[in-house]
Design a protein around this ligand. Structure first.
Ligand code: IPD
Ligand code: CA
Ligand code: CA
Ligand code: CA
Length: 267
């Protein structure tokens, strides 16, 4: 993707993300219509749908040749990564949105021929926008994020995980994960994959490990984490497939191999 187009798309995407976030913020105290999807805890609200629709309409109008891969079904049936694809999670952390009214994000990744070119993660209630363009560094509210420290060891790391580590899990052997959560300095769980990526990029988390995320959960985050020298793979070290559900490890490069080789063993 040439620089001029990348800059133009970035400016446009940023404007839309901020506008959509502003709308959510203004309506945060209004009663919500909440539905469930795959199970009773898999929530979706009108606001998730309206926000995705907002992006779908604008992308269609301004970039008719681009595709949209979104969570709530207003995008395209994307089967290949050719061309330019907007990968959008209109609200990442819907449970937080519903119950906590904070700690959720709008996540927009723009990929061209499979390469992540632009990432935006907007922490809506905090009004903090994390952004990156490939090769141009990552930013938090327009202030450049420093590269991750040159080295990091697991014993002083803070690792984000969700409850999978505590439960019987069909994807990963519990024994290794139990050793891992004891080995690290501490664990955290924020309930928004996009924010957890942003926090890894910011260096306030050293890693985020989880067993099942969709492309829209990770698309923007991967671009942003890359720009500070972080690394993202599946939990077995294989490359992330942007058309499928993946296990995910995004982290400081110094702890990546150790986590995979010594702690995570996928069944
Ligand atoms: C969810 C959040 C959550 C993660 C789930 C995701 P959603 O996204 O990122 O933190 O643990 O796996 O599905 O549904 O709130 O957009
Ligand atoms: Ca969801
Ligand atoms: Ca999500
Ligand atoms: Ca979502």
């Amino acid at each position: 993707m040439n620089k001029q187009l990348k800059d133009q798309l970035y400016t446009q995407a940023k404007e839309w993300v901020l506008e959509a976030g502003d709308h959510i913020r203004k309506h945060i105290d209004q009663p919500l219509k909440i539905d469930t999807k795959s199970d009773a805890n898999d929530l979706v609200t009108e606001m998730d749908e309206q926000t995705e629709q907002y992006f779908a309409e604008r992308i269609n109008e301004h970039y008719p040749s681009h595709q949209l891969l979104g969570e709530e079904g207003f995008g395209d049936e994307v089967t290949a990564l050719d061309g330019t694809i907007w990968i959008v999670d209109p609200i990442d952390g819907t449970m937080n949105f519903v119950h906590q009214k904070r700690n959720f994000a709008i996540s927009v990744g723009i990929y061209h021929d499979g390469v992540g070119e632009i990432g935006l993660i907007y922490d809506v209630m905090a009004d903090v926008l994390y952004t990156a363009k490939r090769g141009e560094g990552a930013f938090k509210n327009d202030r450049r994020l420093p590269d991750l420290q040159p080295s990091k060891d697991l014993a002083t790391s803070i690792l984000a995980v969700n409850t999978f580590w505590a439960l019987k899990n069909k994807r990963v052997s519990e024994e290794g994960i139990h050793r891992l959560v004891q080995k690290v300095r501490g664990t955290r769980s924020f309930g928004s994959a996009a924010l957890e990526f942003a926090f890894v990029a910011e260096g306030i988390l050293d890693g985020y490990l989880t067993m099942s995320l969709m492309p829209w959960d990770v698309a923007a985050g991967i671009v942003i984490v890359n720009e500070v020298g972080g690394i993202t793979t599946k939990a077995d070290g294989e490359p992330v497939d942007m058309l499928k559900k993946n296990s995910i490890l995004t982290c400081h490069p110094s702890i990546h191999e150790e986590i995979i080789n010594e702690y995570v063993s996928l069944k």
